[in-house]
Each structure stands twice: as structure tokens, then as C-alpha cells.
Design a protein around this ligand. Structure first.
Ligand code: IVH
Length: 676
């Protein structure tokens, strides 16, 4: 076999696989096999550059960066169609009535129904079956030559099969599937790069990209829905027949189409598609009805550059423009803070929307949303409305960026955002009304304080009726007693007494149950047990530094930080104190940790100025090793660390014969101990 023959063979074979994969969505060979054939073709073409043609499958990617797009005059103008936005039945009847009146018939008309793809109209010009040019619609008369970029769309054949036409212009829509859109954005996000606002902009932006290598990275698809210039082919008598023929030529035509008769069936098609709209793999903005017979189409002709034989029957838009009046922060049940855009009310996706989620701070930065901006709001199906993008060119001079509040808007506690986390959280925990229900339910849970009978319904009432403000109210007899409980909805005296008894019983607990019950983020049952075993006493845990907490088995920086933050909040410490005062108790012990650490039982005193570390750091490192760090020197002191300009404490240590380390010795000892 000659190189030319092998090249031809490979091209045919690769095109068949391409068609199976991208058009029929039914791959015929594994990717690796395809890649092997592809490489063989690339190598052959490299060795025989004289055999390279622009319609080779290897020529889909690459090409030079363009300075601009050349103008293309359309052989047959690319027209647009009239739009109906009315309800499903009147939109369909209006069209059908106009058609029948114009034709002067009372009989039922045959229509081809299609989806109205939401992308960019493109004209593909095939000459003797080879793709020679692709152009945008432009003003309908003249478009732009986007052949290079269109070549990168895999489902568009570079060669037609079974096509005898001298010239065949195929018209259709370039679009980006929802899956490809999500994937592309996910990849961009993970690399910190700009994301696409919606699939439509993605498609339009890629086609008008001057660098074909960049265009190739954006996954696009195409559906054919009509024809432009045709030479040397006898058209079938119907529009649906044309689409069937295009399928035979290897072009992608959407299977979701139907031939129907009369207005009622048009309306039914509209209804059925509207119902399935969210499940479709791509965005559509309506359906298109076309008179099926080409003879009737010809009879009907055009009015003001729009065909009388076709109409777009739209759905309510899923995206609209509106203005962000403010950005408020909502506190969820778990303390998560969600920024919400307060919008100028807008009708979108079938309802009036005045709030849209902005998810989190990072998302606001990525989308660059300011207060005062004009934004695109999307509401698809039952999904919560969201802001998908900003029209930067419309940003007013007084637009303000969003600042995440430092304190919770509900309870005033500090707001934190842990490293590597997208969400900011309120540290108010038990104190925060927004989190109270959840906190109480968790507190009362079987593995926590085990308060029988304190379930959702009761907690809802207690919080909604403002009876309980804090966990400690549960044990406050002035707040909850058999009388106040019996006064609640659906609460008999007997069950009220049962709750009182259960509360009383729960007061006697264990340290780990109590710790777990507090609902500290990242402190599950096991961690609570580890902490209880290690420290033995609640006060020791409440006072522990992050470094000390890190010495506990399985406690990492995130958990340690969360514990420190929780007990750092005055409100949380107060609630704990109140619970103890009201009788919640457990047995405490010395803690298992101290004997096992290298400096356990040793008391240190720090004096003078340390040069290489702060006194706080020295203190926490010593404590992490089990030492106690005291403020004054006594007979019980084991060691005094004397920094520069140490004074009276150093003298006292010398008097009492306590061992003295300088800074260098401290560092040396810390290093040694920390190794073990
Ligand atoms: S037919 C002369 N069919 O909607 C009739 N158009 O104004 C030409 N569109 O931007 C259009 N899906 O790109 C037709 N199935 C479909 C369509 C469709 C989307 C777009 C088209 C144009 C607009 C119609």
C-alpha cells in the first residue's frame, strides 16, 4: 500500500470513529486505539507534507492566530424568525391561524417541530462534500469567516458522506452542552482562571476567538436545522425530509423533533418540551415550528425579511438582567454565612425573583459582584436563583464591593473562615438564634446529653415562641418546668413531667458526652472522648492552646483551631458556666496525658527577654511538653529560663538553688523533647 492510500484509509477510518463518537454518541473503539491511528496519520502526513489537506482529521486543531475575521457575504441571506412569547396554546394557534389564512385553507397543516437551541447561528459551506468555509450570521447579509474555529468542533464533519451536491450550505446552531460548560468552568476555577457566564456566551465567545488553539479548548457542539445555498442536489419535498438527508450526510441533527398536524399538536409539543427543558443536555429558549412542505413554504414567502412559514415559540427566559441593590448575609442552621444579593425584582424562570444566592465570599470575588452592579440572574426549574455574572461595562461609579462582616448579623459573635474552607461561619454556636434549634437538638441527642422526648417539634416550639434562648435555659426551672411545658401545643401534663424528669436525669453525665453535646465544629464523639481522656478536666480543655490540643491523639490543626475559637467566645464560656451552675456535672480526673509527656510534672518560670521566640511561644511549647509554666519562683520551681536582662526572679532562683537555663539551653532542650 502506498503512503497516499494508507493516509486515505486512515482518514476514512478516523472520520467514521469521530462520527460514531461525537454525532451518534456511540463510540466504536477505545480512546487509546483512536489515538494510535491518529498518531500514525500525523506521522505519515509529516513525512509527506504534499499529501496534507485541510480536511484531514489532524487539521481540526492548530492553525495560526488570526488578526481578525474576514467578511463573508452569504449566498442566501441568513434570516431570523418571528417570535411568539405567549402561553403555549395561543402562541401555537396564532401561528397556525396566520399560516392557514395566508394559504386560504381550512384544512390541517403539517408542521415540523424542533427545539430552539440557545447558541450561535452558523453557516457551513460544503463544496463537493468538503467543508470549505464556516461563517457567522452577522447582519444576515454578511457574516465573519470562522472556519478555523469551526473545524475544532468535532461533531462537524470535515467531509460529508453520501452527498452528491456540488454546493451544500448547512445552517445550524453552535452550542455548548451543559456538561461541557460545567466541566470547562470547573477546570478553569481549579486553575484560578476566568469562568464562562453561561453556555451561550461560551459558544459565542469561543467561535469569535482569534486563537484557534484557545477555541479548541472550549468544547462546542453543533446541530443542523436548515439549508443555505444548494447546487446539484434535488431537495426532498419536506423540511423534515431535508433533516433526514442531513443525518445521512453525517451531520448532527437533534433527534428531539417531531412532525405534527394542526395547532393543538404544536401546543402539545411546546408543553412537552417545556416540561422536559431542565433535563435536556443543553440550553434551549423555546421551540420552532416550521411548515413542513417546501412547496407551501414557497407559497407563504416572507414578510419584512422573516419567513411566514416559521416561528419561534419561546419559553419564559431563565436568565434576566437586574440590579444588585444590596448584599446581605444569611446565617444557616450550622452557622454558615451565605451572602445573598438583594435584587431589583425581576421576572425570571416563571416567577418574580428578588433574592439570589451568591454562595460564598470566594464566589463573589470570582464573579466580581459589587453592590450597584447590573447582573445576570438565572432561575432554572426549581433551582434557587443565582447570580451568574456581572455586566462590568454597566458598573456605576458608586458601586461598592462586598465585605464579609466580622461579626454575625444575628448574634454578634465573631465570624471566622478557616483555612482552605470556602464558607465563613458564625462562632456564636449555642448563642446564635439562627443555630439554636440545631444546637439544642444536637445537645439533647442520644449520644450527647440524652434528653429523652426533646425532639424537633418541641424544639421548634421552644425556640419559635422565644422560650429558650440558650442551652442553659433547658435546665433553668424558671424557664422550663412542668407548668410551662404543659402550656405548649400538644403537650399533656404527663409528657411535660416526663420531659422534666428526662432533663433532671441528663444532668449527671460524662465529660466526653458534655463536650460532644456542645456541638463544637469538628469535635465528634471520638474526638470528644480523646480530649476527655487526655485532659481529664473541662477547664484544662477550655484553657488549652492550639499547640497543647495538637498533642492529643488525632487532633489536627483544624480541630485544635476550632476548639480554641469556640472557647474563645465569651458567650460559649458563659453557657458552659451556666450549665454547670444549674447542676450539669460529671466526674473529672487528672488526665492521662501528663505522666506520659517529657516535661510532665515540671514547673518552669520564664524571666527576662527571649531573643529568638516570644514568651508566649516558649510557654506554649513547654506546656505542650507537659510542663506547667508559673509566674513566680518558689521551692516548687524546677527550672527558671533566664533571658536577657533577667532581674529579681533570676536572683531568687540562684538563692533557692533552682536550675537555670539560658535561651540557648531552652532551645536545645525543647528540640530534644519535641523529638520524642
Ligand atoms: S430556523 C429562516 N431552527 O433562532 C429560518 N432557527 O431567528 C431560520 N435557532 O438565531 C432559522 N434553533 O440560530 C431555526 N431549530 C431551529 C433553531 C433556530 C435555534 C436560532 C437561529 C436564529 C434564531 C431564529
Amino acid at each position: 500500500m502506498t503512503a497516499a492510500q494508507r493516509i486515505a484509509q486512515l482518514r476514512t477510518e478516523l472520520e467514521q470513529h469521530n462520527h460514531a463518537y461525537y454525532v451518534l454518541d456511540a463510540p466504536t473503539i477505545p480512546d487509546a486505539e483512536y489515538d494510535k491511528l491518529f498518531r500514525e496519520l500525523q506521522e505519515l502526513e509529516a513525512r509527506h507534507p504534499e499529501l496534507l489537506t485541510p480536511d484531514s482529521p489532524t487539521q481540526r486543531v492548530g492553525g495560526k492566530v488570526l488578526d481578525g475575521f474576514a467578511a463573508v457575504r452569504h449566498a442566501v441571506p441568513m434570516l431570523s424568525i418571528r417570535t411568539e412569547t405567549d402561553t403555549e396554546s395561543s402562541g401555537a394557534t396564532n401561528f397556525d391561524t396566520r399560516v392557514r389564512n395566508a394559504l386560504g385553507t381550512s384544512g390541517e397543516i403539517e408542521y415540523a417541530c424542533e427545539l430552539k437551541f440557545d447558541g450561535l447561528a452558523i453557516n457551513l459551506r460544503y463544496e463537493r462534500g468538503v467543508l470549505v468555509q464556516a461563517a457567522t450570521r452577522g447582519d444576515g447579509e454578511t457574516g465573519e469567516d470562522v472556519t478555523q474555529n469551526v473545524r475544532t468542533i468535532h461533531c462537524i464533519p470535515l467531509h460529508l458522506k453520501n452527498c452528491i451536491a456540488e454546493v451544500l450550505e448547512v445552517r445550524g446552531e453552535v452550542y455548548m452542552s451543559r456538561r461541557d460548560f460545567e466541566r470547562y468552568n470547573e477546570k478553569q476555577r481549579s486553575q484560578g482562571l476566568a469562568t464562562l457566564v453561561n453556555p451561550r456566551n461560551g459558544a459565542a465567545g469561543s467561535i469569535r476567538q482569534l486563537d484557534p488553539a484557545l477555541a479548541a479548548k472550549r468544547p462546542l457542539s453543533f446541530y443542523a436545522y436548515g439549508l443555505g445555498e444548494v447546487q446539484g442536489w434535488n431537495l426532498p419535498p419536506t423540511h423534515s425530509g431535508i433533516l433526514d438527508a442531513l443525518v445521512q450526510f453525517g451531520l448532527p441533527v437533534c433527534e428531539d423533533r417531531q412532525v405534527v398536524h394542526g395547532a393543538e399538536m404544536l401546543a402539545a409539543f411546546h408543553r412537552s418540551v417545556a416540561f422536559r427543558r431542565d433535563e435536556l443536555p443543553f440550553d434551549i429558549d423555546g421551540v420552532v415550528y416550521k411548515v413542513n412542505s417546501l412547496a407551501l413554504q414557497k407559497k407563504l414567502g416572507f414578510v419584512s425579511r422573516e419567513p411566514r412559514w416559521a416561528v419561534a415559540h419561546k419559553f419564559p427566559a431563565e436568565e434576566q438582567l437586574t440590579i444588585v441593590r444590596d448584599i446581605e448575609v444569611q446565617v444557616g442552621r450550622t452557622g454558615k454565612l451565605t451572602p445573598v444579593a438583594k435584587l431589583e425584582p425581576v421576572f425570571v424562570g416563571g416567577t418574580t425573583v428578588s433574592n439570589a444566592t451568591l454562595h460564598n465570599e470566594g464566589e463573589i470575588r470570582r464573579k466580581d459582584v459589587h453592590i450597584g452592579d447590573t447582573v445576570i440572574v438565572r432561575r432554572a426549574g426549581d433551582v434557587i436563583p443565582e447570580v451568574v455574572g456581572v455586566l462590568l461595562e454597566r458598573r456605576p461609579a458608586d458601586a461598592r464591593p462586598f465585605v464579609m462582616p466580622a461579626t454575625c448579623p444575628v448574634c454578634g459573635s465573631h465570624v471566622v473562615r478557616e483555612e482552605g474552607e470556602a464558607d465563613a461561619r458564625c462562632t456564636g454556636g449555642l448563642f446564635c438564634a439562627a443555630q439554636r434549634k440545631q444546637a439544642i437538638l444536637h445537645f439533647a441527642g442520644r449520644r450527647a446529653m440524652d434528653i429523652e422526648g426533646l425532639g424537633d417539634k418541641l424544639v421548634d416550639q421552644l425556640v419559635d415562641e422565644n422560650i429558650i434562648h440558650s442551652l442553659s435555659d433547658l435546665y433553668d426551672k424558671k424557664v422550663l418546668n412542668s407548668r410551662s411545658l404543659a402550656a405548649l401545643d400538644r403537650m399533656a401534663e404527663k409528657s411535660a413531667q416526663n420531659i422534666v424528669d428526662a432533663l433532671e436525669k441528663s444532668k449527671s453525665t460524662t465529660l466526653h458526652r458534655f463536650l460532644f453535646a456542645l456541638g463544637i465544629r469538628h469535635v465528634g464523639e471520638t474526638t470528644a472522648k480523646d480530649l476527655a481522656r487526655h485532659f481529664g478536666k473541662l477547664d484544662a480543655i477550655m484553657q488549652a492552646s492550639a499547640e497543647q490540643l495538637l498533642t492529643v491523639h488525632d487532633v489536627g490543626p483544624v480541630v485544635a483551631q476550632s476548639i480554641v475559637a469556640f472557647f474563645g467566645e465569651v458567650h460559649n464560656r458563659e453557657v458552659v458556666q451556666q450549665l454547670r451552675t444549674l447542676g450539669v456535672h460529671w466526674e473529672e480526673h487528672e488526665g492521662a496525658s501528663n505522666e506520659t509527656l517529657p516535661l510532665s510534672g515540671k514547673t518552669f518560670v520564664l524571666t527576662g527577654t527571649l531573643v529568638t521566640m516570644s514568651r508566649d511561644e516558649a510557654k506554649s511549647r513547654l506546656e505542650a511538653l507537659g510542663a506547667k509554666v508559673a509566674g513566680s519562683v518558689s521551692k516548687k520551681t524546677d527550672c527558671v529560663v533566664a533571658g536577657e536582662e533577667a532581674g529579681s526572679k533570676l536572683i531568687r532562683a540562684q538563692e533557692l538553688n533552682v536550675s537555670i537555663w539560658n535561651e540557648a539551653e531552652l532551645i536545645q532542650q525543647l528540640k530534644e523533647c519535641e523529638k520524642t
